[in-house]
Design a protein around this ligand. Structure first.
Ligand code: ADP
Ligand code: MG
Length: 363
């Protein structure tokens, strides 16, 4: 801040830098219960652009929540780095506190996240109080409730969690995040505990916040179908690593990775006339990551190779590459066989009605 040129340069770099990014992230949990260390995130690059919504999708246990918590500074990476607007996140308490003002976590279960004895006002005011943002706290709380769709705020501030529906409770949790004026929200399974009827409303709220406030978001889900309704881009994760990344159209309409295809094939309204691809083999275990491609023991493509092809395939010998997070490189897939399996339009009928996508436009 010593010269007038620096802030302008900072602002320009800020405007261009991704909102949030991880590079070669690793989170290894120490051994427990007689099992070895768990490589929950094992080399992942991911970028969330400013004003962008990215969906992070994968089965339970693949490391989504760990990645999400690392992004907000609640889990310390054992390798790689987290960057907010280009700046590497430090480890000091002050740096982490500052980070969490800009990057807020919204959890799955609002019933669990809210204190049953706290009013809506106190729940939403908690974050700003913690950060010493008490100037005109009243206006801040009202504004956040209104942004979260609880209008008029006066009708809600005196209520307790049990006096609200699950959807309203989740809006209170989101208001609590918004009260800090964050630029990124990391939402871990934000609708998983809600009735199907209100899921769409909460997802629509995140879209509105992106459009109205320029808010960026990472939305974590085990449900690939959810990505269609909310995301600009999708990253599919398997056993600690991103295996496919691209725009929603690329990944959902033209999936390349056999894992993505399997996830798509079991969606209830996928419109496939084929039977679903059920993944066989052991559920993924981050304490025992298979050699070669970590997905190969469950891979339908690998299983379909004849014996000779299996012997020469790189699937059993070569680890998957870490995909670049740079969206300008286009859709990417980490599979030794995907080039030979191009299956144009594999998911082309999926929910195309919802957002009126032109399937011919993708790729
Ligand atoms: P997801 O959100 O995709 O279900 P998680 O990030 O919660 O995945 O967990 C990834 C893996 O890390 C799981 O196998 C889980 O058992 C393991 N894990 C999560 N937290 C811990 C922990 N504190 N100690 C050891 N292992 C953990
Ligand atoms: Mg999780």
């Amino acid at each position: 801040m010593s010269t007038t040129a620096e802030p302008a340069a900072d602002a320009r770099r800020d405007a261009e830098a991704p909102a949030l990014e991880v590079r070669d992230l690793e989170v290894t949990y120490p051994p427990r219960g007689g099992r070895g260390p768990a490589h929950a995130v094992d080399g992942a690059d991911l970028r969330i652009g400013q004003g962008e919504i990215v969906a992070l999708i994968g089965e339970s246990g693949c490391g989504k929540s760990t990645l999400a918590r690392a992004l907000v500074g609640l889990v310390k990476p054992t390798g790689g780095e987290v960057r907010y607007r280009g700046d590497v996140l430090g480890h000091s308490n002050a740096a982490l506190k500052e980070h969490r003002r800009h990057v807020q976590l919204v959890l799955q279960d609002p019933g669990g996240a809210l204190n049953p004895r706290q009013t809506v006002y106190d729940a939403v005011a908690e974050g700003p109080r913690l950060h010493g943002m008490t100037g005109d706290l009243n206006a801040r709380v009202h504004n956040a409730l209104s942004q979260a769709g609880l209008r008029p705020p006066e009708d809600f501030i005196g209520r307790y969690p049990h006096e609200m529906s699950g959807g309203q409770q989740q809006r209170v949790v989101i208001a609590g995040a918004l009260a800090l004026g964050p630029s990124v929200v990391v939402a871990d399974e934000p609708v998983a505990s809600l009735d199907a009827s209100v899921r769409g409303e909460i997802l629509k709220l995140l879209l509105d916040l992106r459009d109205e406030l320029g808010l960026s978001a990472l939305v974590v889900s085990h449900d690939l179908g959810l990505a269609w309704n909310i995301a600009d881009r999708v990253a599919v994760m398997y056993l600690g690593r991103i295996v496919e990344v691209g725009t929603v159209e690329e990944v959902l309409l033209h999936p390349q990775h056999p894992y993505t295809k399997a996830l798509l094939s079991v969606l209830p309204d996928s419109g496939h006339d084929r039977s679903p691809t059920l993944l066989t083999g052991e559920p993924p275990d981050p304490t025992a990551i298979p050699d070669g491609c970590r997905f190969h023991p469950r891979c339908p493509l690998f299983a379909g190779l004849d014996e000779d092809a299996r012997r020469t395939a790189r699937c059993t010998t070569d680890d998957l590459p870490v995909l670049s997070a740079d969206p300008s490189l286009g859709a990417q897939v980490a599979c030794h066989l995907a080039g030979e399996s191009r299956d144009e339009g594999a998911g082309a009928t999926k929910a195309g009605d919802d957002r009126d996508k032109d399937s011919g436009a993708a790729r």
